[in-house]
Design a protein around this ligand. Structure first.
Ligand SMILES: NC(=O)c1ccc[n+]([C@@H]2O[C@H](COP(=O)([O-])OP(=O)(O)OC[C@H]3O[C@@H](n4cnc5c(N)ncnc54)[C@H](O)[C@@H]3O)[C@@H](O)[C@H]2O)c1
Length: 439
């Protein structure tokens, strides 16, 4: 059993902290956001993530998981310190690692014996060396620590399952002692024969970016193929099926849509492309994927405009789904944001509904009307646009929905509605890469 401190209690830190405590370790999750820590101490989970509440409760009840805003003290008690703070995009498209380096300085000044310092945040290649420098700057000359890069691959919406059943664990460590500490941390996974990859620090940092950029690339690729399908009478659903059955390709991340979003793909693709350019090896494929994604988001607005024969002015548009993907309340870089922004700029009234993200989106668009269910959102609407593939939208009663609307116009940016049902209900519709009305 190890004493673990996880710094940063967001999507990654909270899930990792709770998951590691479930592995049997003593975990303290800390954050500078005192209101977040106060909520967690009361048993309130600040984010929506399936299975997280029960995981936290189980481990708090077993006295293995605690929360604190006293970062320094929590570091002193730890054998392993995880850094899981945010690395948002800065104005130039690079990852802003200032929070990581600030935490590193705090770690340095709190070192009181050998510890493994481990970064879970997604950080540019070479950050590990900077973290080591920052720790050395504030620690005494006798400071004892090893540094590890342990990137996190969990997906929001399936984060608990991904953390406790990962495809692999990547540990970038130059020291065998640190690697052995990390093996202890992940002992149950080791026993379950989860592949554990031991690399150097830079390689581990690179693996994380290379994975995210590849997945973003796959999405942009199928989006472009979908757009091409529209011009030539092919159905992207079957195209993706035919591709996915090829073992070399796999069916994952072959779902065309309104462009990727979220807190990772947009910032990580930009950060990787910028790093590569600075290193003199521009990644043309990733730049292409980024450009294609912007075009795809605009294309959705154009599609809706075409369905509505020109203008959004004084029209009521129902936006169904606000989070960047289902099963999460995270709206960071959600494709719903540029859609709503365009509608408001062109003087439409927006009525929005998301099963869990209404409140988050309200902070960006206070003038949008947020409703509590699909029927209220579509009532009297001139058109509806599906932006997130929540299951409850898949099961919508189309004829009921259109009977509530002023005009039966639906843009399905997630391809979740049955086109035969749309046809038989007299809906004027479009989607991404499939049959549209009268086509
Ligand atoms: N969200 C994901 O799906 C995901 C998946 C894999 C990796 N990542 C990476 O993990 C990192 C964290 O992402 P996230 O989505 O959990 O971010 P987040 O914004 O949800 O959480 C970050 C937390 O860090 C806290 N924090 C910031 N500065 C701090 C400091 N000095 N001391 C203590 N706490 C501090 C913030 O208050 C916040 O609670 C990022 O680098 C991200 O790229 C995210």
């Amino acid at each position: 059993m190890k004493n673990i401190t996880v710094i940063g209690t967001g999507y990654v830190g909270l899930v990792s902290g709770a998951g590691i405590s479930d592995f049997g370790h003593q975990v303290s999750c800390v954050d500078i956001d005192e209101s977040k820590i106060a909520s967690l101490k009361k048993g309130e989970i600040p984010i929506y993530e399936q299975g997280l509440e029960s995981l936290v409760k189980r481990n708090v009840d077993a006295n293995r998981l605690t929360f604190s805003s006293d970062v320094s003290n929590a570091i002193k008690d730890a054998d392993v310190v995880f850094i899981a703070v945010g690395t948002p995009q800065d104005d130039e498209g690079n990852a802003d690692i200032s929070a990581v380096l600030k935490v590193a300085e705090t770690i340095g000044s709190s070192l009181n014996g050998y510890k493994v310092i481990c970064t879970k945040s997604t950080v540019p290649i070479g950050t590990g060396r900077k973290v080591i420098e920052a720790i050395n700057k504030t620690s005494g000359p006798s400071a004892q620590f090893d540094y590890v890069s342990n990137p996190e691959f969990l997906r929001e919406g399936a984060a608990v399952r991904d953390f406790t059943h990962p495809d692999r664990v990547v540990i970038g460590a130059d020291s065998q002692k640190a690697f052995d500490f990390m093996k202890d941390v992940y002992h149950p996974l080791y026993v379950n024969e989860t592949p554990v990859l031991h690399t150097n620090i830079e390689t581990a940092e690179m693996i994380k970016y290379a994975c995210n950029a590849f997945l973003a690339l796959k999405i942009s690729y199928i989006n472009e193929i979908a757009n091409f399908c529209e011009e030539v009478g092919a159905d992207v659903f079957n195209v993706a099926q035919g591709m996915g059955l090829d073992g070399r390709i796999s069916p994952k991340f072959l779902h065309p849509g309104p462009g990727y979003g979220g807190s990772c793909f947009p910032k990580d693709t930009n950060a990787l492309a910028s790093q590569a350019e600075a290193a003199g090896v521009p990644l043309q494929t990733i730049r292409g994927a980024i450009d294609a994604n912007g075009i795809q988001q605009n294309r959705m607005v154009q599609k809706l405009r075409r369905l509505m024969e020109g203008s959004f002015e004084n029209k009521i548009i129902a936006v169904l789904g606000l989070s960047f993907k289902p099963q999460t309340d995270d709206i960071r870089e959600s494709p719903a944001i540029p859609m709503i922004r365009s509608l408001l700029e062109e003087k439409a009234s927006v009525k929005a509904f998301d099963p869990v993200s209404n409140d988050n989106m309200k902070s960006i668009f206070p003038n949008v009307e947020f409703l509590q269910d699909v029927n209220s959102a579509v009532a009297d609407a001139d058109a509806a646009v599906i932006m997130t593939d929540w299951n409850e939208f898949r099961g919508m009663d189309i004829s009921r929905i259109t009977s509530l609307m002023k005009t039966p116009i639906i843009l399905d940016t997630r391809n979740i509605l049955n086109t035969d049902e749309l046809d038989s209900s007299g809906v004027i519709y479009d989607n991404v890469g499939r049959k549209k009305t009268n086509a």
